[in-house]
Every structure is written in C-alpha cells, then in structure tokens.
Design a protein around this ligand. Structure first.
Ligand code: ATP
Length: 666
C-alpha cells in the first residue's frame, strides 16, 4: 500500500471511530429524552418508541457502522451504513442505505453517474477492523465492467453459519427490485443464486424504512422449512430490523413435526377446491329452528317465526361473516327483528332493552341450537369420518376417488385424538380463518413459493393485509402440488401483482451453471437460462468411484475435508434422501462426524444433507453424490438434481459410483 493510501486508510479509520462516538451520543440523547418524558408522565407509546430506538442504536459490534461512500453529489463525501448516525448538528455522519441519496451508491454507472464521481467500498476483518478500501472512478469505468474484484471477493469469502446481508454489494439489477414501491405485490422469478432470497430480505427492510404503513402493520417472512428459516434469520436483524417474524410454511399453520400424507392424498388436500369443500362443510353446520320463539318480556308478546330466523341466519352466511362472531350478530339481529315488529305495532324498544333481549336466555337458546360453536378440527373430523357428509360437501368438486383419498379407513374416536398431517393443518388453518380473522401483516415475503400448494398459498395470502414479495424459481419446483405459473400463484394469494426477473447468478460460477443449464432445457425449456457474474476454471470436478459403495465414497469425502484449507469454507454433501443414513455411518467409520446444514462451523465443516431439504441453502464446496440416485427419486428427480448442483458458491464435485446420466453432458 502506498504511503498516500496508508494515510487515507488512517483517516477512514478515524472517520469510523468518529461515527461510533456520534452513535453513542445519539443513543445517550435518546435515553435522556425518554427518561425526562417518563418523569413528566408523557405519552407511554412515544416513550416506548424512544427506548426501542435507543436499543436499535446500541453499537452491537455486529457490523461496521459504514461500508461505503460516494463522492460527488454533495460537497462532502457521503458515508453509507446500515443505519443513520447523526453528528450532533443534525447533519448525518452516516446515512441509511435505504435513502434516495444512498441509492446512488448502488446505481451509479459510467453511463448514468448520478453526479457520483467515485464510489468507495471498505474491506473489514472478522473483528470489523477496517483493512482497506476499493475505489471505482465512474469516469474510468467501462460499460461492461462486470463484478468488481471487491464484490467477487466478498461473495467468495468462506461461508460458515447463516446467510449474511449483502447491503454493501447489492447489484443494480437487485437494487431495482429492492426499492420498487408497494403499490402492488411483486413476484421475483430468478435462476439459482441470482439473489432472490437476499433481495427479498433487503426489500422488506427497505419497505419497513420507507413505508410507515408497513412498519405499523409489521412484516412476515415465510420460508420453506426450519433449516432455511435458520439460514436466513440473521439478515434482517443485521440490518437493524429486529421485529420481523420469520416462520416456515409448516410453522405458519402449526404443522411443525406433523406427519406427511402420501403425495397423492396431499395433492387432493392441497387443491384449491378444498376451500369450497370446507366452506360448504362449515355452512352446513348451521341448523334450522323449528320450535316456538315467543318473547314474553315485551308488551305485547312478540312471536318470531322459524322462517324469519332462517332468513336472518342465511343473511349472515350470504354476507360471508366470520362464522364465530356471526353468532353474536345473529342474536343482535333477532333482537332487532323483535324491535321492528314492535315498532310496526306502534310500540318501541329502547337500545338497552334491545341489547338485553339479544343477550336473553331465550335468544341464546335459539342461537345455540342453530349456530354451533365449532373448532376447526370438528369440521375436518366430520368430513374425514362421514363419507355421506363429505359427498354432500364435495358434490361436483371432488370425484369418488378423491373423496376416498380423504376418508379415514379407521376414524379416531374423537377429533381431539386425530393425528393431523401437514396438509391437514393447512386445511384446519383455512377453517380457522372462516371462523375468525387471524393476525395479518403489512407486508409478507414468501420464499420458494413455487413449491406451495394452492391451500398453502391461500394460508399465506390471508395473512397479508397489504402486499407481498413472492420469490421463487419455477424450474426448482419439486412438489407435485406446486403451481404452474406465477399468475396462478398471485391469483391464489388473492393479490394483484407483477413479475420481475433476475437473470444473473452471483452464487454459482458459470462452469457449474453450464451443466445445470443442460438440465434446465429438459425440466423447464420455456425459462431463460441463467448466466453467472463469476467464472472459475476449477469450479467443477468429477470423482468416479466405479462400483463403490458408501465406504469408498466416505473415504473420498474424508480425504477431501481433511485436505481442504479452512479458508476454503464449508462442504455440503448432497445425497438422495434414502442414502443419507448409510453414508452417515460410513463417514463416522472414517472418523468424520457430519453435521446438519444449520450446524456448520469452522470445526464442523462437512454437512450431510438429503437433497429433499437442500433448496435455498448453499455451501462453498458442494459434493453431489450419485446423480443417478437423485434422478431416481421419482417424478421430480431431475429438478432435485438441478437444485443440488446449483448450491455451490465456489466448487462442485460430482462423485459417482455408476456412469453419469447422459443429461449432464459430461
Ligand atoms: N449482490 C451480492 N453481493 C454479495 N453476495 C451476493 C449478492 N447477490 C447474491 N449474493 C450471494 O449469493 C448467494 C445466493 O443468494 P440467494 O440465496 O439470495 O439466491 P437465490 O436466488 O435465492 O438462490 P436459490 O434460488 O438458488 O436458492 C447468497 O450467498 C448471497 O449472499
């Protein structure tokens, strides 16, 4: 490093120190204000907000206070960080990456410099000590400059542990999506490693910052499974957003650890027609009043005819009121009816007398008799255990075979004893939503959306009060119930929206994509192939183990993990689900203890992952064992292989004990 650059580095380190001091002062001021407001007995909401802000302003040492700088738009350089830091004179020492000014850091190009003369990115050691910086002079930048060496290095850093934020290196195509408004929902379709997940998470952080409504109503992030949720769970907190709820699709409907149905049965349960079946089942629970209903507390007595009660109940059903609260409404409407009857006869009933009548024992008895208090499980229990009832509710919707698929051969004694499957929980959630309105969020991010059933999509959609960001790749669809198009997905979420596409992969080097794209032409010929921003001539290697078994494969893997330098990162060994246990045993015999995908660290670098749960995950080094076994897993085998091959950030090794499938073209 030249002397001049050394001096500049020292000045930048001093600037970082200064930003830290400013942050500490901002926080002290915030706390002092909160304390004096508490002493004065001011608005508790405001005080709580101040304490929360002060908490957010803690220098948590989890990330440097700024990561970039632009020169040009203002007389002084502008420093960009994960959050705003004021300098005490109401001027920013660091601006938040989500502001318009910061957008220039991400978007300025040689062709459109946006008044930026140069862009600086800082490098940091693990302890957040600034180690250097990288400058881009916009005037010198060629139009097809591609990824800067700095960004490339950042992507290729060894990955141990959960996903990191990419706030310092968001690329222009990604930034465009991050900052799109919330007028409509947005689907982001993109090939493997194009940054969909990262973009979705940064987008929700942006929306929480930019849109008061979203902040007030909160945000929800839904991922495919718990391993994935763990993988992404640090990104939003690192961006200062600590309140966003993360949940798996199963967790959303309380189906954690639930058994799974046979795919054919799950497909019926996940079909959109089930929504109508359930709706009919619930409505059919409303009975008829056949007895006498004479109010004797009034003068004259008032008789309400059974048809009138039926009419009032029918009205509530037609209005599609939530079934639970509709009960109370029915009592009120019966009382209102009595009042009108009296008025016709020239008498009156006060508001309080009408209310009293609605709550009277006699009115309650009528409502209880015709409008039952139901739990979701009661509704499903009856459908699954009473074929005649199911036939009535499914008439014209499900054929006989589909009805048989739903019917229990040995019904449990009671609904409480039933063992509900994962797909059942989605249906129970649907019934719960008909009974009453549940919690809803201002913005929902749904990842790997291509795999959700129609009923799962409905479950996500009804939690969305505003808009959603839907992320996925139709080529990576590996469930039999996944939807064929994004238009279909949006329709099931009941959200209007648009589709945006990401075409550049930042994770997967071109050499690996070349192989994956051969598969893509077979599994999704209509989708465009993905190109990579990175190329690495040593990215792919083949390791034939002719006629070998788990022992030989484990020996090879043990050698690989022992000789791989620690700075080359994690190793994900991806195998057909049925082969996991045999390989685990063989690895142990070789003295290697494999861990789960969410347990990888420097001391436990090798994760053994069934291909069925590897979606969305990534490793520096990926070893795919026996592609022919993955393909042999069934109808979606080729797609599973496509997912497996594209999990690598730096290197892919294909270990094969049998000849490689022709489709790989190797
Ligand atoms: N602009 C970027 N700067 C640094 N790293 C990036 C950038 N974009 C993506 N990455 C990294 O590339 C990897 C892939 O990103 P991500 O998981 O969001 O892609 P994806 O499109 O959801 O992939 P897939 O569909 O294969 O699961 C992540 O490690 C992410 O941090």
């Amino acid at each position: 490093m030249t002397e001049g650059k050394q001096e500049e580095l020292a000045a930048e380190r001093a600037r970082l120190e200064y930003a830290r001091d400013c942050l500490a002062r901002n926080r002290e001021e915030m706390l002092a204000t909160a304390e004096s407001m508490t002493a004065r007995g001011d608005d508790p909401d405001m005080i709580a907000w101040l304490y929360r802000r002060a908490f957010q302003l803690e220098d948590r040492d989890d990330a440097p206070l700024f990561f970039g700088r632009v020169d040009g738009p203002l007389p002084e350089p502008v420093y960009i960080g994960r959050r705003y830091v004021g300098d005490g004179d109401r001027e920013p020492a660091v601006i938040d990456w989500r502001t318009d000014m910061a957008a220039r850091f991400y978007r300025a190009t040689a062709a459109t410099p946006m008044e930026v003369t140069h862009r600086r990115r800082y490098g940091f050691a693990d302890d957040h000590e600034m180690t250097g910086f990288d400058d881009e002079h916009l005037a010198d930048l060629s139009a097809d400059a591609g990824l800067s060496a700095f960004v490339r290095k950042e992507i290729e850093l060894a990955h141990y542990g959960p996903m990191r934020d990419i706030v310092a290196t968001i690329q222009p195509d990604q930034d465009h999506i991050v900052r799109l408004g919330v007028h409509d929902s947005l689907v982001v379709q993109g090939g493997p490693g194009t940054g969909k997940t990262a973009v979705g998470l940064h987008r929700v952080a942006f929306l929480l910052f930019e849109h008061h409504q979203v902040r007030r109503q909160g945000a929800l992030v839904v991922g495919p499974n718990d391993t994935f949720v763990h993988h992404i769970s640090r990104v939003l907190p690192a961006l200062g957003e600590i309140d966003c709820r993360h949940v798996s699709v199963a967790g959303l409907v309380g189906a954690e650890n639930a058994p799974v149905d046979d795919p054919a049965v799950a497909s019926v349960k996940g079909d959109a027609r089930m929504a109508t079946v359930l709706d009919r089942a619930l409505r059919s629970a409303v009975g008829r009043w056949t007895g006498e209903f004479v109010i004797k507390d009034t003068s004259p007595y008032v008789r309400v005819q059974p048809e009138e009660i039926e009419y009032l109940a029918g009205d509530l059903l037609r209005e599609r009121r939530p079934f639970g609260p509709a009960r109370d409404l029915l009592r009120e409407r019966i009382a209102g009816r009595v009042r009108r009857k009296l008025e016709i006869r020239g008498r009156s009933l006060s508001d309080s007398a009408t209310r009293k009548l609605g709550g009277a024992k006699q009115t309650r008895a009528v409502v209880e008799a015709i409008w039952p208090v139901l739990k979701p499980r009661d509704v499903l229990f009856r459908l699954y255990s009473d074929p005649e009832h199911l036939a009535a509710c499914a008439d014209g919707l499900l054929d006989a075979a589909e009805q048989r698929a739903l019917t229990w051969s040995k019904p449990p004694a009671t609904a409480a004893r039933a063992k509900w499957t994962a797909a059942d929980h989605v249906l129970l959630d649907e019934v719960a939503s008909l009974l009453d309105v549940g919690q809803r969020f201002g913005h929902v991010v749904l990842d790997e959306a291509q795999d959700l059933s129609a009923m799962q999509l409905r479950a996500v959609g009804r939690r969305c009060l505003g808009t959603a960001t839907v992320l996925g790749d139709l080529a990576q669809q590996t469930t039999p119930w996944g939807r064929p198009s994004w238009e279909d997905v949006l329709a099931l979420l009941e959200l209007p929206g648009e589709v945006a596409t990401l075409n550049t992969s930042y994770r997967v080097p071109q050499q690996i994509l070349d192989i994956a794209n051969r598969l893509l032409r077979v599994i999704a010929p209509d989708l465009p192939t993905t190109t990579s921003a990175r190329s690495a001539s040593d990215a792919v290697s083949l390791a034939p183990v002719p006629d070998g078994g788990p022992t030989e494969v484990a020996r090879l893997l043990a050698d690989l993990v022992r000789t791989l330098p620690v700075d080359k990162g994690s190793v994900g060994v991806i195998v057909a689900d049925a082969d996991v246990e045999a390989l685990r045993g063989a690895l142990r015999a070789e003295g290697v203890e494999p861990v789960g995908a969410d347990e990888v660290d420097r001391d436990h670098r090798l994760a053994l992952v069934p291909v069925g749960v590897v979606k969305g995950l990534e490793f520096d080094n990926v070893v795919v064992v026996d592609p022919h076994r993955v393909i042999g897993m069934g109808g979606t085998g080729l797609r599973l292989l496509y997912v497996a091959l594209t999990r690598a950030i730096s290197r892919l090794t294909i270990v094969h004990t049998a000849p490689l499938p022709d489709v790989l073209g190797l």
